[in-house]
Design a protein around this ligand. Structure first.
Ligand code: URA
Length: 433
């Protein structure tokens, strides 16, 4: 078999065989196929697409390119979730203990943040002592004991994706639905859960800017995940504006705890209830309405919060940090940004607010940057709120006051004002099962 023929075949719009896809993934992972041929094939896939059968094969070959976690001992109870990434997205911190409380076996490998988006691993590391690197043995025995473990991605999970994603990033071939699908789903398949809920975000702070593109990606991921033998649901959620009020690692942990304390009925809570209900429905084989009552029940009676304490303690953190959030990292400065006009807030652009939080130290401009767990933004006003000149729009939290002018400028550029309240936006656009 020759890589030249595979590239030519896809260039001419033909479907590749299982053997050809396997030849490409194995050869590229081993370093036997050079980057220039792999990029030519990615570009051909970008223009010509892939059939469902080709995408399932590509996903499975990529999943098998490295270690695969065997969770078969837990039967059909294993539950994983994936978010396509956003600003203020602390849903895993809330949803994972809820589902574990309801009998799900929640195992999750999460990523770090880059650019305007945050990562779950960074948020968890804001809890002093929390270990995101567990050995496979520790990971599995903790899961067996308490039904939940959330760690960073391990060294040899889907090496084919690591190589291909880095290549796609520099060859303008990221935005291809079959390639994104295989990239995301191969990681989920290798991580071993039988049940997977995908939180596919759309809007300015998301990878997919429009609902149309997000629906296309979500439908494809659900189809391909099922083709790989998993139970997959996608929930399409709004990321035009940040999710919740807090953006930044320790600030987001605090907000997640507030939700689990049950004293919130805000948009963040509502999105988390939908995600947790879909996961619970998969695990228990019940419908989502029935699952929702169970989800609300474990928030109300405090058992989800107790599960969070048990979980962070198992991973090395002091559970007192969950009881008393004053023990979490806290920035020395909380600078108020005041409104310079009267009017309704019509938009708080998620991408720009994510950038402002990054400037304050909450995120990374490049992979090598370190982050400040206490830095970030607490929003005091949301779209639809009427503000008067001098009202506090947000607090900028930082340990470095020299960052405030740039962060404030970026934050102000994220806001739009109008004379009338904007239309309320859908929080959950669609659920695809
Ligand atoms: N996220 C991934 O993990 N892979 C992609 O291809 C795009 C986004």
């Amino acid at each position: 078999m020759r890589m030249f023929d595979i590239i030519e075949k896809k260039r001419d719009g033909k479907a590749l065989s299982d053997e050809e896809i396997e030849f490409f993934i194995k050869g590229y992972t081993k370093g036997e196929i050079p980057d220039y041929q792999a990029s030519a094939l990615c570009m051909a896939i970008f223009f010509r697409g892939m059939t469902e059968k080709e995408t399932v094969t590509l996903t499975m070959c990529m999943a098998r390119s490295g270690d695969m976690l065997d969770l078969s001992r837990f039967g059909n109870l294993t539950a994983d979730k994936h978010s396509t990434g956003g600003v203020g997205d602390k849903t895993t911190l809330i949803v994972a203990p809820i589902v574990a409380c309801l009998g799900g076996i929640v195992t999750k490998m999460s990523g770090r943040g880059l650019g305007h988006t945050g990562g779950t691993v960074d948020k968890l590391e804001a809890i002093p002592g929390y270990r995101t690197a567990l050995s496979e043995e520790e990971f599995l025995s903790q899961t067996e004991r308490i039904g939940i473990a959330v760690i960073g991605q391990t060294g040899n999970l889907t090496p084919a994706d690591k190589k291909l994603y880095a290549l796609r990033d520099v060859t303008a071939t990221v935005d291809s639905i079959p390639l994104i699908t295989a990239s995301i789903m191969s990681k989920k398949i290798a991580a071993g859960s039988k049940n997977i809920v995908l939180d596919v975000k759309y809007g300015s702070g998301a990878f997919m800017k429009t609902t149309e593109d997000a629906v296309k990606l979500a439908e494809n991921m659900v189809k391909i995940g099922k083709g790989c033998g998993r139970n997959v649901t996608a929930v399409l959620t709004n990321m035009e504006v940040p999710l919740g009020s807090n953006i930044g690692n320790a600030l987001e942990v605090k907000e997640a705890i507030d939700v689990l304390r049950g004293d919130q009925d805000d948009e963040l809570t509502r999105v988390c209830v939908v995600l947790a209900s879909e996961m619970t429905a998969q695990v228990k084989g019940i419908d989502a309405k029935e699952a929702e009552a169970l989800v609300r029940g474990v928030i109300k009676d405090g058992s989800a919060l107790e599960k969070m304490k048990e979980w962070v303690a198992a991973q090395g953190a002091d559970p007192l940090c969950i009881t008393d959030t004053e023990l979490l990292p806290s920035a020395p400065v909380a600078y108020p940004v005041l409104s310079d006009k009267d009017g309704y807030i019509t938009k708080t652009d998620a991408h720009l607010i994510g950038n402002a939080a990054m400037i304050l130290g909450a995120g990374r401009a490049s992979k090598e940057d370190s982050i400040d767990p206490s830095a970030g933004i607490v929003l005091k006003k949301k779209p639809g709120d009427y503000v008067k000149k001098g009202d506090v729009l947000c607090h900028l939290h930082t340990s470095d006051v020299s960052k405030i002018p740039d962060a404030e400028k970026t934050f102000r550029s994220a806001l739009s004002f109008g004379d009338t309240a904007p239309e309320k936006q859908e929080l959950v656009y669609k659920i695809i099962r």
